[in-house]
Structures are given as C-alpha cells and as structure tokens.
Design a protein around this ligand. Structure first.
Ligand code: ZN
Length: 346
C-alpha cells in the first residue's frame, strides 16, 4: 500500500459539491495512467483508457471523491457558525472535533460541547443533535462574518495515521476507494474493453455525480468502489460479525440501494479464487453506493460493487486494514483485465 498517496487523498478536504482539492490529486494521478481525462459539469473526473477494438464495450469504475461535511447557515455576533449536515452524520461524533472551514480563507474552527461542570443532569444523558452544535471560529463576530458566509463548507481535520495493523483517519470513506481505483488501474494489464476510471462527486448527498457520469459514459459493465461497514468492532452482533477487517476485499452482493448483478458477483468471486485474492461477501439491507445510480442510468448497466471493509464509517477514526486495501486493488485490476467475459460472445 502506498501510504503517501492514501494520506494525501484522505487528508484533503472535499465535502459534497466542493471536491476540488481531491479532484486536483486525482487529475494528476489519472493523467499518467490513461489516454485522456474528461470532466463534467458535476465535477466528476473520468480517466479513459481506450480499447484496441471500439466494439468491445465500456467498463466503468466509479469511486466517489466527496466526504461528509458541514454547510454554514449563519454566523452570529459571537463568532459561532451554525450549520446543516452534508451527508449522514451521527451528531455525537462531531463534538470534540477541529474542522477546516473553507471561507474567504481556510480557517480552523472547533466544535465543542457544554463543559461537564455546567451541564444539568438531563444534558449529561442526552445525545447532542446537529442543531445544538456550532463551529466556534474563535474570533469576534465581525471578523468571523467577514471571513465566513452562509454556504461555506467545512470538514473535520484528522490526519491519517498507521496504528497497529490498521490505517485510521477521516474520509477513508471514500478516499480509500479512490485510491483503490487509481492503484487498480496502475496494476492492471491490457483490457479488451474501454476503461473509464471515474472519480464521482456528491455521493454522500444522494449518489448524484455518478448519475450524470454514467449517463454520459453509458457503460456496459460498471463497479462502484467504496467502503462497506465492518461489524467487527464494539457492538458486534450477537451471532458474530459478517464483515471483518483483514479478511480481504468485500464483494458487495446487496445493500439498500442495489442488488449486484449476479453474473458480475460470480465473476468477481471467480477472479478472486483464480488469483488467490483474499475476499469476503458483504450482504446487507442497509447503506448504498454509486452502484444504484449507474445500474439505473440510461438503458441500464451490469453493475456491482467492490468494497473495502471499514470500521467506524462516517467518524473521524474510520479504520481499514492495508491487506484488504491491497486485495481490493488486485481484484479491481483483475476485473479490468477480465470484465469482457460477461459480455455476449466471450
Ligand atoms: Zn462512501
């Protein structure tokens, strides 16, 4: 695993609709790995590897660049900025964070909570709600208002760290997916199909960028590359975890947004077996990925999802196992080389 690239991707601030800092890294990477790079008005980046035979069809890989973030609604006279969520937050994980506010200049803010000394009994047991919280810009209101206005965005500050066997940081959902897509492309040999490595926008607010990208690319086969929640942490289900760190790349069979194409799921399992790539199946009735937008775009696509098991998804301590990341890279490379097997006549 190239921790330098993963760290650059994960530490960059890129909330939904404001993916430009991540996009700059992706553009630089894809430029060296593809024949051309296209962009669209939603801010998706599409690195294209052309095929020797145009009639061989199009394979789309999709990894979303955006992370959950905050959008400022109001700055008050004391320098506190109120906000609404961009994406699915658990409010209690926002308390205690330093955030990067992209105002007229980059500012650091803090999200605190009432000191325990000042809390009444009821407040001690009540979980905070987003609307209870504010970003303390740590300056007087007049200066704060001159630097930050409604519509500005913020993300958590948390540098990627290697801890024990794992890597941990914010926004591994889904910078680890972007990393796997880039490294999968780097590792892959020749594909018979035209390959589109697409870094998508605005996934966390409703799988939006992928919808536009898929409409334009009109892929025959597509895989989203995204994290999936590992249930092997504290609060493991009584009958045991189903998705574990260190057990390999996760082949996502189903979630609330999509049922993976059965033939594509089978192909991914076959490729993993043929190439001794550690893998596990992820089956869930919850969550979703860009798979849905792509599967239902245009006249439809054979679509599925390669996932990287992640503990504590949507917190600032998201954690992945480097071996799973490497396995997902190998599986992505295998698919690039062999996806054509799913098309008629192969
Ligand atoms: Zn994601």
């Amino acid at each position: 695993m190239d921790v330098v690239l993963l760290r650059a991707l994960a530490d960059a601030s890129g909330p939904s609709g404001h993916e430009d800092r991540v996009r700059a890294i992706v553009l630089q990477q894809l430029a060296g790995l593809t024949d051309r790079v296209d962009t669209d008005p939603m801010g998706c980046v599409d690195g294209v590897r052309t095929a020797p035979d145009v009639s061989a069809g199009r394979l789309m890989l999709a990894a979303h660049m955006d992370e959950i973030g905050l959008m400022i609604t109001h700055v008050d006279d004391r320098g506190f900025a109120k906000f609404i969520p961009l994406g699915g937050w658990d409010a209690k994980t926002l308390v205690d964070q330093r955030v990067l506010v992209q105002g007229r200049e980059d500012l650091v803010g803090i999200v605190g909570t009432t000191a325990v000394h000042l809390m009444d009994e009821a407040a001690r047991t009540r979980a905070p709600k987003i609307e209870d919280l504010a970003i303390d810009l740590c300056m007087d209101g007049e200066r704060a208002k001159s630097l930050v206005r409604p519509g500005d965005v913020a993300t958590r500050i948390r540098e990627l760290a290697e801890v024990g066997d794992l890597v941990t940081g914010k926004a591994l959902d889904n910078r680890v997916g972007v990393y796997v897509m880039i490294e999968g492309l780097r590792a892959a040999g020749q594909s018979r199909m035209e390959v589109h490595a697409t870094a998508t926008s605005q996934e966390e607010v409703g799988l939006r960028g992928a919808r536009i990208a898929a409409h334009r690319i009109a892929p025959h086969i597509a895989v989203a590359i995204d994290t999936c929640p590992a249930d092997d942490g504290p609060g493991t289900p009584k009958d045991g975890p189903t998705t574990r760190l260190g057990r390999g790349a996760a082949i996502r069979v189903m979630d609330a947004s999509a049922i993976g194409h059965a033939g594509l799921v089978d192909l991914l399992v076959d490729l993993a077996n043929e190439r001794d790539i550690p893998h596990q199946l992820h089956v869930s009735g919850r969550g979703g990925t860009d798979t849905q937008s792509i599967q239902l775009s245009g006249q439809g696509a054979i679509a599925g999802c390669i996932s990287i098991p992640t503990r504590y998804v949507h917190t600032a301590v998201e954690a992945c196992h480097p071996d799973d990341i490497d396995a997902a890279v190998a599986l992505t490379a295998a698919l690039i080389e062999e996806a054509h097997r799913l098309l008629p006549g192969n």
